[in-house]
Design a protein around this ligand. Sequence first.
Ligand code: G6P
Ligand code: MG
Length: 213
Amino acid sequence: RPKAIIFDLDGVLTDTSEYHFQAWKHLADDEGIPFTREENDAHLRGVGRRDSLMYLIRGRQYSEEQIQEMMERKNRYYNALIEKMTPDEIVPGGIDLLKEIRAAGIKTAIASASKNCRTVVERLQIAPYFDGIADGYSVVNGKPAPDLFVYAAGLLHTPTVACLGVEDAAAGIEAIKKAGMRAVAIGPEERFQGADKVLPTLDHKRLSDLLED
Ligand code: G6P
Ligand code: MG
């Protein structure tokens, strides 16, 4: 039984991964760059802002100034989408799951690569359910580097081997495994490699669903 459970935010606790996709799609359309949902899931899901843009513009010539401007533009599109979020956009049954975990004496944290993590947590009003938050300001190396999960475990004063990580992105599962944690993947089986358990969705899940093999 883990001493702590560390959740990714976007695409796990809430469907903001869809908003990230829509914002990247908007930017890609602006720039006349072809971009599909399948490419998003394979290459951008869970990946940081600059790395995501680097994938999108691969093989094209842009100056650093243009790159900065495009990252800001995508972020504006994303912020316009999350601005309207309400607490009912938490995954169905998510609050009950978080309450159950904490009632069982297990600590909780968020490990998100996003610099907008705090805003989303505020919109969802879920801050009281977490003992720590690691976000896009916490570490230099994003996922698939293990840093965000290791940092989150540190916030909880819990050894990484005693933690369980929950992720919807291939890069995130890689990060969790590199951190030495048990990894639960949320999404289609074919998206992941090396996850200890795959659940198609986190909707209405109980603590036991995360623990059992
Ligand atoms: C999360 C999301 C990614 C996003 C990254 C950076 O990992 O899953 O889609 O690119 O955070 O987010 P930011 O809000 O800082 O651009
Ligand atoms: Mg995610």
